[in-house]
Design a protein around this ligand. Structure first.
Ligand code: SAM
Length: 188
């Protein structure tokens, strides 16, 4: 197993579940930063057909391949991309920043390069909100849904440290190709 870095934060079920309760993603779904498989397990519970990849390998048995989402080709056909992407620059202090960070690159790669039918991303409210808003102003990926999971749940970490709350709330954004109506906002 390669070295686990600081973006290895695993999404707890109470954060993952609300987006699937309020939105259906066309299948198959690609989870390109699957980590230990937390989002995939939630998708499996909702009956989704999905394919899981990650840059690294954390022992999730259904991970199909080690792929760099930003440079490698996709693992196969897909109609939606759903993930909790890395938030911070590897060389940064771990806090989200504006600029050309992995989060913005993930968003661009998903919505502009791949341009699938639907994209769902869990983003940090600080920084991520601005990135998501900027992105919603370009192209034809219309922001359809914003879901605020309840409270400040604790995220587990890949290096075995005790789960802890992130310094900012995490919020689900869902884009749909060709969607032009106002977005729905769902507080959970
Ligand atoms: C915040 S964790 C989320 C893991 C999982 N999606 C979840 O919700 O539990 C971010 C994941 O992104 C992966 N990652 C970082 N850079 C990547 C890249 N360029 N391509 C693919 N995965 C990447 C990390 O290895 C890590 O597993």
């Amino acid at each position: 197993m390669r070295r686990i870095h600081r973006d290895a934060y695993w999404t707890p079920p109470e954060v993952a579940a609300p987006v699937f309760a309020h939105h259906y993603f066309p299948e198959p779904v690609w989870e390109p930063a699957c980590g230990a498989g937390n989002l995939c397990r939630e998708m499996a519970a909702w009956g989704y057909e999905f394919v899981a990849t990650d840059l690294l390998e954390y022992g999730y048995p259904a991970q199909r391949a080690q792929l760099d989402f930003l440079t490698d080709p996709p693992p196969g056909p897909f109609r939606s991309i759903v993930t909790n992407p890395p938030f911070s620059r590897p060389e940064s202090d771990g806090r989200p920043r504006r600029g050309d960070n992995p989060l913005r690159r993930f968003l661009r790669r998903a919505c502009r390069h791949y341009h699938p039918e639907h994209v769902g991303m869990l983003l940090p409210a600080q920084g991520g909100l601005q990135d998501a808003y900027d992105l919603s102003l370009v192209g034809d990926m219309g922001l359809r849904l914003v879901v605020f999971p309840h409270g400040r749940p604790k995220f587990g970490h890949g290096d075995g440290r005790p789960p802890r709350s992130l310094p900012w709330p995490a919020v689900w954004f869902v884009w749909e190709r060709g969607y032009t109506r106002p977005a729905s906002i769902v507080p959970c």
